[in-house]
Design a binder for this molecule. Structure first.
Ligand SMILES: C[S@@+](CC[C@H](N)C(=O)[O-])C[C@H]1O[C@@H](n2cnc3c(N)ncnc32)[C@H](O)[C@@H]1O
Length: 235
């Protein structure tokens, strides 16, 4: 009969969702990079997100969960050489790709850290694209980013969800299948639909942004699958 200690040893050998996601994004960094930059329509989503932040020359902007750095050139162009861009991600493999991409930009820094507790201060704006659905408590995380940028700072979230555009709604089953297939392995075994969990987390993240910001601007892109929401943090 197994003792309590062997049961707990077995339990503790199960990798955490964070460890699973880090190794998933490290292993698939090159493939993810191709998808992140070459999917039709994704370039205009990234342009809109960077524009929605209303960056000025000299600003400091942080991208949380920056992945392979597909957004970083858009941010660096907007803050100019006097500004600073910081990409935060916890997966070393994607950061390596981002580092290569941004090697010519001395004002772009890549940091391996947990985006839910970033070791950063003095920030004007935060961008997070396609990452809210990976946080257990996205409302809390987004609120902590509002605290980080402070009153007058800017936040922008971009996330994928089922489209509500009637023309493209027939593609929603394909979207659901993609969410299931591309979810890091640990999340695929969770009870319930991954798309429903994604919807819940996105809703919580975007509501949190709305509750902390004024001048909130929302739009949908990419056949209605991409939700872009940005605002200025309130007092
Ligand atoms: C779907 S990718 C999006 C990457 C990038 N933002 C883009 O638009 O292509 C999600 C990224 O978030 C990172 N990530 C997820 N949770 C994180 C956390 N708590 N801290 C840091 N990075 C995280 C993953 O490692 C992955 O690179």
């Amino acid at each position: 009969m197994p003792s309590d200690s062997s049961a707990s040893a077995q339990h503790s050998s199960t990798p955490s969702p964070s460890a699973v996601a880090q190794s998933f994004y490290t292993r698939w960094a090159t493939l993810y990079d191709a998808i992140a930059r070459r999917t039709p329509g994704v370039g205009s989503v990234r342009t809109d997100a960077a524009d929605a932040l209303g960056l000025d020359t000299g600003d400091t902007v942080v991208e949380m969960g920056c992945g392979t750095g597909a957004n970083l050139p858009y941010l660096a162009d907007r803050v100019g050489p006097e500004g600073t861009v910081v990409g935060v991600d916890f997966a070393p493999g994607v950061l390596d790709v981002a580092r290569d991409r941004m090697a010519a930009y001395p004002n772009v820094h890549l940091v391996r850290a947990d985006a839910t507790r970033p070791p950063i201060t003095d920030v004007d704006a935060v961008l997070a694209t396609f990452v809210s659905g990976m946080f257990a408590d996205p409302a809390d995380v987004v609120s902590s980013w509002a605290d980080l940028v402070g009153p007058g700072g800017r936040l922008c979230l971009v996330d994928l969800a089922r489209t509500t555009d009637p023309t493209w709604r027939p593609l929603n089953p394909v979207f659901r299948a993609l969410v299931r297939v591309t979810a890091p392995p640990g999340t695929r075994t969770m009870r319930g639909s991954p798309t429903a969990m994604l919807d819940q987390r996105l809703l919580a993240a975007h509501r949190s942004l709305e509750s902390r910001c004024y001048a909130v601007d929302s739009s949908t892109q990419a056949l209605g699958f991409a939700r872009v929401r940005a605002g200025v943090v309130d007092e």
